[in-house]
Structure formats: structure tokens, C-alpha cells
Design a protein around this ligand. Structure first.
Ligand code: CP
Length: 308
């Protein structure tokens, strides 16, 4: 494959390859001296039309740990602000010899469009409400690392499913890997095609949490609400917020994930977010490892050649 645009198009074998490749990459992050020469002479551009803390900085670090040269561009500080099109921006970067473009864009389909415009590898770092494949891969990696498998696990994804590219990528990835996926959230924030995605829909959060092995709490996407939020923040928090009482409904060793950034006290209480079942900071660390694996694989790396 030239690009990583979404998990809908990947096979279970391809997902396993990425997760397996991320294991030795995580070993590199654990070292005091993290730099390896694996991608020396390669170049990576992060092209972000939306804000980011985790995704952008972890791609940047992932590239740097592998000795690739990196350039960071944001819409507000580049010629995008003067009206330059995505195609012309891509062609310009390509003409400079870039190997990988990591793009985040508010429009669903923008990463695929860019991938068709340029021969460089394109990685989707989140496109509109469509997909956020690297977030889902780091979520899968974290779950597999803690549980030893993905097959047969009961995973509840909770919240604003309609606007969540994280939810869509997680659903595609988890169902391909044999997990049972439950979704729960307000009916106003549930996509009309959700039943066709191979998941079970729960209108009551408590029912979705019953015996769950993993709970992935989504951020409420206030910036994507067209008509204001319904239900209100207070109702949302009461009906779909994760708290200590609800955590008791899950399996005794259940994991709690959140992609970040957190609206603390809205979709998740502080005591759960920072409690013993939370793997939120593991997700952040694993995001660097998964992104190192993707940069490596998309630039032609051979799995057996990874420096251990
Ligand atoms: N999870 C995630 O995509 O976070 P950022 O918006 O900070 O990159």
C-alpha cells in the first residue's frame, strides 16, 4: 500500500502487521537514547488544517526517533491562509522530495483526495467525521498489549458516535479483529447507518457497560455540532458520562480508554480518567510506537530489519 487512509480498507492481517511492527518500536521509545538510523534520509511533513496536540507531536517524535527529517505545517501559518488549494499544497511539498505527508483536515475524504494527487505516501491523521486510523490503531495496540488479544473482547464505545472519526475507525478495526463492539450514546448523536457497521446499539449506557472488557469514552465534539448540543452538557453527562458507579458494571479488569483531549467532568469523571483502570497515558505512549511502525512500513521497511 502507498497510503494509510482508513481502517475500513485494511485486512485483519494488515492490522496485525502494523501492531506487531509497533512492538519493537515501543522498545525504542523505552530507551534512554531513542534515535535509530532506520529512516535516515527520509522526509515527513505534518500538514494540519485542524488543531492537535497528541497526533501531530507523536508523528513528529516518531519520525525524529527514526532519524527522518521533519517539517510541520499548519493551515494558519502556511500559504493555505492565502488561499492555496490542498492539491497545490500537496504538489508543492511533493516537488521538494517529501516521502510521507501526514494530513489532518476538517473535510471527510481530504486525505484520499491528497493521496490521489501526489506519489508520496499519505497518512490520514483525521479527516472530518470519516476516519482517524492511527488513533484506532493505537487503541487496538493498547487493548491487545493489556489483554493479550482482541478476539472475543466486549468493547463499548460511548458518546458522540455521529461526529467521531475515532469511533468509525475503531469500529472497523475492532470488528475485523474479532471483537464484539457495543455503541451507546444519545440517539441524536448516532449515525443512521450504525446498524450496518456490525455493532450492537444500546440506548442505555448501563446496559452497554454490563460485563464490558473495554470502555472507550469519546470526546463530545462541540466544534462539530451544527445546531447546538442536544441533550445539554448536563444531561449528556448524567446519561452518558463515565463515573465510578458505572465502572462497577464492567468486567472486574476492564480497561478505560479515551482518545483525548478530555472534557473532564463531562464524558468522564476525573476519578475514572486518572484511576487504576485508565490506560489513557498508555494510549499516548503507544501512539508514538504505532506511528513509528506506520512510517517505517509505508517507506518500504522490512519487518525483520527493525532494530531491536
Ligand atoms: N486524539 C487526538 O487526535 O488528539 P489530538 O487532537 O490532540 O491530536
Amino acid at each position: 500500500r502507498k497510503d494509510l487512509l482508513g481502517l475500513r480498507d485494511l485486512t485483519a492481517e494488515e492490522i496485525s502487521l502494523i501492531l506487531d511492527t509497533a512492538v519493537p518500536m515501543k522498545g525504542i521509545i523505552g530507551r534512554k537514547i531513542k534515535k535509530t538510523p532506520t529512516l535516515r534520509g527520509r522526509s515527513v511533513v505534518t500538514l494540519f488544517y485542524e488543531n492537535s496536540t497528541r497526533t501531530r507531536s507523536s508523528f513528529d517524535l516518531a519520525a525524529k526517533f527514526l532519524s527522518a527529517d521533519t517539517v510541520g505545517l499548519s493551515a494558519s501559518s502556511s500559504s493555505v491562509a492565502k488561499g492555496e488549494s490542498l492539491r497545490d499544497t500537496g504538489l508543492t511539498l511533493n516537488a521538494m522530495g517529501v516521502d510521507v505527508v501526514v494530513i489532518r483536515h476538517p473535510a471527510s475524504g481530504a486525505a484520499e483526495y491528497l493521496a490521489r494527487c501526489i506519489p508520496a505516501a499519505v497518512i490520514n491523521a483525521g479527516d472530518g467525521t470519516h476516519e482517524h486510523p492511527t488513533q484506532a490503531l493505537l487503541d487496538l495496540f493498547t487493548i491487545r498489549e493489556k489483554k493479550g488479544t482482541l478476539t472475543g473482547l466486549k468493547v463499548a464505545i460511548v458518546g458522540d458516535i455521529l461526529h467521531s472519526r475515532v469511533a468509525r475507525s475503531n469500529i472497523w478495526g475492532l470488528t475485523k479483529m474479532g471483537a464484539e463492539v457495543r455503541v451507546s450514546g444519545p440517539s441524536t448523536l448516532m449515525p443512521p447507518d450504525i446498524e450496518q457497521m456490525g455493532v450492537k446499539v444500546y440506548s442505555e449506557l448501563d446496559a452497554a457497560l454490563e460485563g464490558a472488557d473495554v470502555v472507550n469514552m469519546l470526546r463530545i465534539q462541540l466544534e462539530r455540532q451544527q445546531q447546538g448540543l442536544f441533550p445539554s452538557i448536563r444531561e449528556y453527562s448524567r446519561l452518558f458520562g463515565m463515573n465510578q458507579r458505572r465502572l462497577e458494571l464492567t468486567a472486574p479488569d476492564a480497561l478505560v480508554l479515551h482518545p483525548g483531549p478530555i472534557n473532564r467532568g463531562v464524558e468522564i469523571s476525573a476519578e475514572v480518567a486518572y484511576g487504576s483502570r485508565s490506560v489513557i497515558l498508555d494510549q499516548v505512549t503507544n501512539g508514538v510506537a504505532v506511528r513509528m511502525a506506520l512510517l517505517y512500513l509505508l517507506t518500504g521497511g522490512e519487518v525483520n530489519a527493525i532494530a531491536h
